[in-house]
Write a protein that binds this ligand. Structure first.
Ligand SMILES: Nc1ncnc2c1ncn2[C@@H]1O[C@H](COP(=O)(O)OP(=O)(O)O)[C@@H](O)[C@H]1O
Ligand code: SF4
Ligand SMILES: [Mg+2]
Length: 342
C-alpha cells in the first residue's frame, strides 16, 4: 500500500474574480521512503496541493474534491481532531520562510519542547533531551546555544534547520518541504538540501519537495511531477525526465534552469505568463506559450499519454513524437490522472 495516494484532487477558491481552479484533477502515489519533487513556476498549484495533503483548506470559500489518502485514511473525511493527529504524527511540513512559521517570542528550545510535549508522551526533562538530539540530527553546530536563542538571533540557515527539527519532532513518515531553500543564499541552500537528502535516507522518510528549480530536483528526488496551471503535466523517474522531457513545458523549464556543466550557456526563459486560473482556456492551458502548438491543442485538452515506463505526459504530441511505449509502465511513484477532460 502506498504511504500517500492522491486521487483526482481539485481545490477551488471562490474569489471576487470568479472561481479560481488552483488544483485541477491531480493524482499521484508516493511510497514510503521515496522523494518526489513537485516542479513548476510560481502559481502552478504546488503549495495548494501540499496544503490539501495536510487537510489545511478548511475555509468556507474553498472547495476541495477528490481523495487524499494517508496510510489508508482519507484526510478529507477525518474530523479536525483526527487530522491534527495525522499532522502531528504521520505528516509534517517545512515552510519556505521559517521566520513566519516560528514564534518570535519563544526560544527555539521552548518551541521544540512544546511540540514534543503536545505530540509525544514525554515529560519536560525527556523533551529537553530529545530537543537537543533533534538539533544534533539536523546538524546544528552549537545545539545548546541554538536551543537558548530566539528565532531572530540565529541565521536563516539555522532557522531552517530548527524548523526541520520541529517537523521531525513527531517522527513523521512523510515530510512536505515547500521551497525550503528559496529564502536562503546559494551555499546555505545546498547545505539544507543535502541535510534533507541525508535525513530522508537515514530515517527512511518519504519527502515531497516543492521547487521551481530542476537542478535541485535532480540532486534529491527519485521522481518528479511537473505542474502547470493546477495540473500535473508530466511525471517521470528523475533521470528519465532529464534525459527525455516529453512535455514542451518541461523542456521550457529545463532551458530556463542553470544545470550542472552548463555554466556560461544562456538561459532561455519561457515566453508569456501562466493563464488566469479563473478563466482557463478550453484546450491545453500551455497552448498560448507553447512553441509546438497546433490547432488541435487549442480545440481540445490533451489526454495523458505514456512515454515510457513510469513516464507520463499530458500533451497531444506524445504519440507522434515518442511513438507507442515499448513496455507498459512498471511500478511507478506517481500516476497522472488518466482522464483528459479539463
Ligand atoms: N486562499 C486563496 N484564495 C484565492 N486564490 C488562491 C489562494 N491560495 C492560492 N491561490 C491561488 O492558487 C494558485 C496556486 O497557488 P500556489 O499553490 O500557492 O502556487 P505555487 O505553485 O507557487 O505554490 C495561485 O494562482 C494563487 O494565487
Ligand atoms: S498539447 Fe499542444 S499546446 Fe499543449 S503542450 Fe502539447 S503541443 Fe503544446
Ligand atoms: Mg508555493
Amino acid at each position: 500500500m502506498s504511504l500517500l495516494t492522491v486521487r483526482d484532487l481539485s481545490v477551488e477558491f471562490d474569489t471576487r474574480d470568479g472561481l479560481v481552479r488552483a488544483v485541477n484533477g491531480v493524482s499521484f502515489d508516493l511510497d514510503a521512503g521515496q522523494a518526489l519533487a513537485l516542479l513548476g513556476e510560481s502559481g502552478s498549484g504546488k503549495s495548494v496541493t501540499l496544503r490539501a495533503i495536510l487537510g489545511l483548506h478548511g475555509h468556507a470559500r474553498t472547495r476541495v474534491a477528490g481523495e487524499v489518502v494517508v496510510k489508508g485514511r482519507d484526510v478529507n473525511r477525518l474530523d479536525e481532531r483526527a487530522r491534527q493527529g495525522l499532522r502531528g504524527g504521520v505528516v509534517s511540513m517545512v515552510f519556505q520562510e521559517p521566520m513566519t512559521a516560528l514564534d518570535p517570542v519563544y526560544t527555539i528550545g521552548a518551541q521544540i519542547v512544546e511540540t514534543l510535549l503536545q505530540h509525544r508522551d514525554l515529560d519536560r526533562d525527556a523533551a529537553r533531551r530529545r530537543a537537543r538530539e533533534l538539533l544534533d540530527l539536523v546538524q546544528v553546530p552549537s545545539p545548546e546555544r541554538c536551543l537558548a536563542s530566539y528565532p531572530h538571533e540565529i541565521s536563516g540557515g539555522m532557522r531552517q534547520r530548527a524548523m526541520i527539527a520541529i517537523a521531525l519532532a513527531c517522527e513523521p513518515e512523510l515530510l512536505l518541504a515547500d521551497e525550503p531553500t528559496t529564502a536562503l543564499d546559494v551555499t546555505v541552500q545546498a547545505q539544507i538540501l543535502w541535510l534533507l537528502r541525508d535525513l530522508q535516507k537515514r530515517l527512511g522518510l518519504a519527502v515531497i519537495f516543492v521547487t521551481h528549480d530542476l537542478g535541485v530536483a535532480a540532486e534529491i528526488a527519485d521522481a518528479a511531477a511537473v505542474m502547470y496551471a493546477g495540473r500535473i503535466v508530466e511525471q517521470a523517474p528523475i533521470r528519465e525526465l532529464f534525459q527525455r522531457p516529453a512535455h514542451p513545458y518541461t523542456e521550457g523549464l529545463m532551458q530556463a534552469t542553470v544545470r550542472r556543466g552548463q555554466k556560461g550557456q544562456a538561459l532561455v526563459p519561457i515566453p508569456g505568463a501562466p493563464p488566469n486560473l479563473a478563466a482557463l482556456p478550453p484546450g491545453c492551458a500551455f497552448a498560448p506559450r507553447c512553441a509546438r502548438v497546433r490547432d488541435e491543442c487549442v480545440a481540445a485538452p490533451p489526454a495523458v499519454h505514456t512515454v515510457g515506463p513510469g513516464h507520463l505526459a499530458r500533451c497531444h504530441l506524445v504519440p507522434e513524437r515518442f511513438g507507442r511505449p515499448r513496455t507498459e509502465p512498471l511500478s511507478i511513484a506517481v500516476n497522472l490522472d488518466q482522464g483528459g477532460s479539463a
